[in-house]
Design a protein around this ligand. Sequence first.
Ligand code: FE2
Length: 306
Amino acid sequence: MKGTDMIITQPHSQIPTHTTAPDAVEITPDIEAGKICYFPHLTFTLDPIFSNPASVASSLGGLSAKRKSISYNPQTQHVKGIASDAPHYAAAEKILQDYALFAKTLITTLCPFYNTHLRVGRTSFRPLEVQGRPSSYRKDDTRLHVDAFPSMPMGEDRILRVFSNVHPQGQERIWRIGEPFKEVVSQFFPRLRSPWWKERQLLKMLHITKKERTLYDHYMLQLHDQMKYDLTYQKCAQQQTIAFPAGSTWVVYSDVVSHAAMSGAYLLEQTFYLPFTKMRTPDLAPQRILEQHFSLQDRQNMAIST
Ligand SMILES: [Fe+2]
């Protein structure tokens, strides 16, 4: 791992036992400032049944080129992406459940400020290689982007993610990290269009979105798409390459950190949501940063529709 100011390295080889333990250093200010908290020695141990990537990828047969992960919803305890009669189903389910607990313990211990406001989202296991997977530019996560989802508006929620590279043969996961969010926004905002009349309401009515997009959601999704669409930007933007070794864990607000997953397989990921008003410093939220760019017309439309 190359030293970089975007990365805050933490020494832990295990999660502190409680929030007041001497090694329970709060990471909230760093992640809110758009840094990646990196734990090179904090390892989530994968069941040995998954030690042969080739056979596991084929025996988890439910995975297709279209579907890139097996996911688990801790609220409903429902596993998606793998048939319940597939080999290793039970082991995969257990990994997801154990990882959800691992990530939740990590965040509640090192981000005690968030306390009860944090909502646990999906857990996902991505055993397949990232590199060389065909996809449309919008779905191509090897291009620099900030996270925003077409059907799932975030509204006031931040997207906080915990990742662990669990590759059984020690393959690194390679990311590119781009510019700070404010710089990305100031470059791209002038080319983002305002919503069409009733666009956000219509998308909700047609069930294209799960709930109505806020203006923030509208612009975030465009930002995500425009970043990925612009190949010159992908090549020329200020960026650095980071290699996360197998056995490491990292924590990041993926809605502000411009990132691209270039290669690697066997990743575990846990998503959390937090209302930005519950952050230590809400002014650092992408909601607040984007809002400063809204036009008068946007604001008037927002007032009419609320
Ligand atoms: Fe992403």
